[in-house]
Design a protein around this ligand. Structure first.
Ligand SMILES: [Ca+2]
Ligand SMILES: [Ca+2]
Ligand SMILES: [Ca+2]
Length: 480
């Protein structure tokens, strides 16, 4: 496979640009502004997609890194209805976590999420992935669609001293720091029994508040997941009133340009590493110091992100201080928060009405967005199906295989034969059919009048920086 020199140079220049990598999930549909008008829905970013924007300048563009179509393939037929496409998978992704210690490559197998709606048990078995859990979708013991839990709903219940059942807990924001503290926000107001002053006392933990499980109350397993927590060890780091005070101090506007004065439901959390740790709490005579937090919530439309630093401020993502506004001159002028800061716009253009539902920020390691997409994941044969791909570089090939059709199964993956793996770590060759040359970002697959099947597809290219084959995230086309 030969590559034009200009292609090599432009890709190398893009890869050199450094900045913070910001993983996020919007509450509603937005689109990566620089991909607007692309075929095959590659620009669409919805509440079941994880996107990433690398903040080197204020003009960066967001791109899907873990699309709904790929999660669907990793999860399999979780509800056991033999339809290998779940339009409402996860309900929505309402929290993501990129782990600190032992984080591994920033690919889908290391992207921990919390759903809004529980998965079925048909593939992963019990206890399944519930709204109060935080887990990654992994392959284990030769079986795909399995769960690696970072934190379980029972541990959330125990640490916070909640009186509700684990199935009724919904974690909707999570972050952790290098010290091993875990920061959480829940989706509803609950009564918690946790550390206050020098005692364990009942307190209302509002949906706009942030609780912390201190590192000293957590034990870890060999994979840097939570093995156990001390009961009633959590503390309310910021109650909702304190979060609201920070929101007011930040003086941010929403997507319509109206001042935001309260958080409502706090939906997304990350540690703010741009400032020294300075939040503190005292319990039992011991002073606990915690980092400042970046956060977002339902009132911060236009995908606004704030920080608790300095009493409350608009969060600075990268080396260039950007403002959450439409007008970008020499300073931070007042104006609406449009989503441009996050590299997105409303579908078709304009200020995004969505807010952030999940947030994770890392400087290293760098993600490698490379995915396949289609606007029509379920078709009736015969059909002409448009398949799109973004990321990696051109040209690409499309690897086609026949996925399982039985109820409660998931497509079988294998580790990429090329190590260290570039982009997606797994290859889908089970039921291999063949490859199709893909010279551009989209192509049309002509599906003849065949019996129903599940076509698993994945793009591959030669990564020009490493000279290694790179694999995209997979997708499944259900042919009925
Ligand atoms: Ca959740
Ligand atoms: Ca919340
Ligand atoms: Ca959330």
């Amino acid at each position: 496979m030969r590559l034009a020199p200009s292609m090599v140079l432009s890709f190398a220049a893009a890869a050199v640009a450094q900045g913070n990598h910001v993983w996020f999930v919007p509450t509603a549909a937005v689109e990566g502004w620089c991909h607007a008008g692309s075929p095959c829905c590659v620009q669409d970013i919805g509440p079941r997609d994880v996107a990433v924007v690398t903040k080197a300048t204020c003009q960066d563009c967001a791109m899907k890194v873990a699309p709904h179509l790929a999660w669907n393939t990793l999860v399999g037929d979780d509800d056991g209805d033999a339809l290998h496409w779940q339009a409402s998978l996860f309900g929505e992704i309402d929290a993501v976590l990129m782990k600190r210690a032992g984080a591994g490559a920033p690919d889908m197998r290391h992207l921990f999420l919390s759903p809004k709606r529980a998965l079925g048990t048909a593939v992963s078995g019990t206890p399944r992935l519930r709204p109060g859990d935080v887990a990654a979708i992994v392959r284990r013991g030769g079986a795909d669609g399995q769960l690696e839990f970072f934190l379980r709903a029972e541990q959330v219940r125990d640490a916070l001293g909640l009186t509700v059942a684990p199935a009724d807990i919904d974690v909707d924001a999570i972050a952790s720091d290098d010290a091993g503290n875990i920061f959480l926000s829940l989706d509803t107001d609950v009564i918690a029994n946790l550390r206050v002053g020098a005692a364990i006392l009942p307190r209302t933990l509002h949906d706009g508040a942030v609780a912390v499980i201190p590192a000293t109350a957590i034990t870890w397993d060999a994979r840097a997941n939570v093995a156990g927590v001390v009961a009633n060890s959590a503390m309310i780091l910021l109650n909702e009133g304190q979060v609201n005070t920070a929101v007011v101090h930040a003086a941010v506007n929403d997507h319509l340009g109206a001042p935001v004065t309260a958080i409502g439901d706090l939906d997304a959390l990350e540690v703010d590493e741009t400032v020294p740790p300075a939040l503190s709490l005292t319990w039992g005579g011991v002073v606990y110091t915690f980092p400042h937090l970046a956060f977002a919530g339902e009132t911060l439309t236009g995908l606004g992100v704030l920080s608790t630093a300095g009493g409350g401020a608009i969060f600075t993502f990268g080396t260039v201080p950007c403002c959450l506004q439409l007008a970008r001159g020499s300073g931070c002028l007042t104006g609406p928060t449009t989503g441009f800061e996050m590299g997105v716009q409303a579908p078709g253009g304009g200020a995004a009405t969505a807010s952030l539902n999940a947030l994770a920020i890392r400087f290293t390691p760098s993600p490698y967005p490379f995915f396949v997409e289609t606007c029509t994941p379920v078709v009736i044969a015969p059909a002409a199906v448009q398949i799109g791909s973004k990321g990696g570089n051109l040209p690409r090939i499309l690897i086609l295989s026949a996925g399982p059709t039985a109820a409660g199964t998931a497509a079988l993956s294998a580790p990429s034969p090329w190590t260290p793996a570039v982009a997606h770590p797994d290859i889908y060759l089970n039921g291999f059919i063949g490859t199709v040359f893909m010279p551009a970002d989209s192509l049309t697959l002509s599906i003849p009048a065949i019996a129903p099947m599940n076509l698993v597809f994945q793009a591959a290219c030669i990564d020009v920086l490493t000279g290694m084959p790179a694999l995209s995230t997979p997708g499944t086309l259900v042919i009925r």
